[in-house]
Design a protein around this ligand. Structure first.
Ligand SMILES: C[S@@+](CC[C@H](N)C(=O)[O-])C[C@H]1O[C@@H](n2cnc3c(N)ncnc32)[C@H](O)[C@@H]1O
Length: 199
């Protein structure tokens, strides 16, 4: 499997902190609660640094397709009870999770991949399980439009992202029979953290 993040991985975190400060980390942790009671499935978690502060409460699985990112996550989350996989997530019969974290990963996929992944997640989630989605939505002002365009172009060049736009998360999830429970907005709504459950 080609590692499209091998170039970016060494400075990914410094770069995001430089541009966004702690806003992305806040979005990725705002719904992290009662973790000790849950099995969590993290897909495309990157280097995992933003979860480090509460890693002791994390158990479940961590799936990444970038070896460079996953190697860092194994170190950053060494004191968690997560099992790490270098691969595309596959559902296993009988293995269920209470929460699935999709943090800034769906925007790297085309619509078909998102729908396919949501199908696998549906098979892997408990009855009351939920998706914790965090991602960029439509920019809200000129500065954000410029940053959004620059970011998409940057990731298309350096991480071979396929998309030139932001997925329509809400319509995709609704069409796939997921319901939104809660939402918190960051940077005026450019970034949203949401909880979704199956209908
Ligand atoms: C933009 S980065 C975000 C990383 C991290 N979630 C964060 O918020 O910093 C996207 C990550 O998702 C991973 N990724 C992309 N598609 C994936 C897939 N289908 N399965 C697992 N990981 C994936 C990439 O390797 C990359 O590390």
């Amino acid at each position: 499997m080609k590692d499209h993040y091998s170039f970016l991985a060494p400075f990914y975190n410094s770069l995001t902190k430089l541009v966004f400060g702690d806003q992305l980390m806040r979005a990725k942790t705002c719904f992290a609660e009662r973790l000790k009671e849950k099995k969590v499935l993290i897909i495309g978690g990157g280097n995992g640094l933003d979860y480090q502060g509460f890693q002791g409460q994390l158990s479940g699985e961590y799936w990444e397709i970038s070896n460079a990112m996953l190697s860092q996550a194994r170190i950053n989350l060494a004191n968690s009870s997560l099992t790490f996989y270098l691969d595309f997530f596959e559902a296993t019969e009988g293995k269920l999770f209470n929460e699935v974290w999709l943090h800034f990963v769906l925007d790297t996929m085309d619509e078909n991949e998102i729908v396919d992944l949501l199908g696998k997640i549906r098979k892997s989630i408990t009855l009351k399980g939920r998706i914790y989605l965090v991602d960029f939505y439509a920019p809200k002002n000129t500065r954000q439009y410029f940053l959004n365009w620059s970011m998409i172009s940057f990731f298309r060049i350096f991480a071979k992202h396929k998309r030139a736009n932001i997925p329509k998360y809400e319509s995709i999830l609704t069409c796939q029979k997921w319901n939104k429970d809660s939402q918190q907005e960051f940077m005026g709504g450019w970034v949203k953290a949401q909880l979704w459950h199956t209908v």
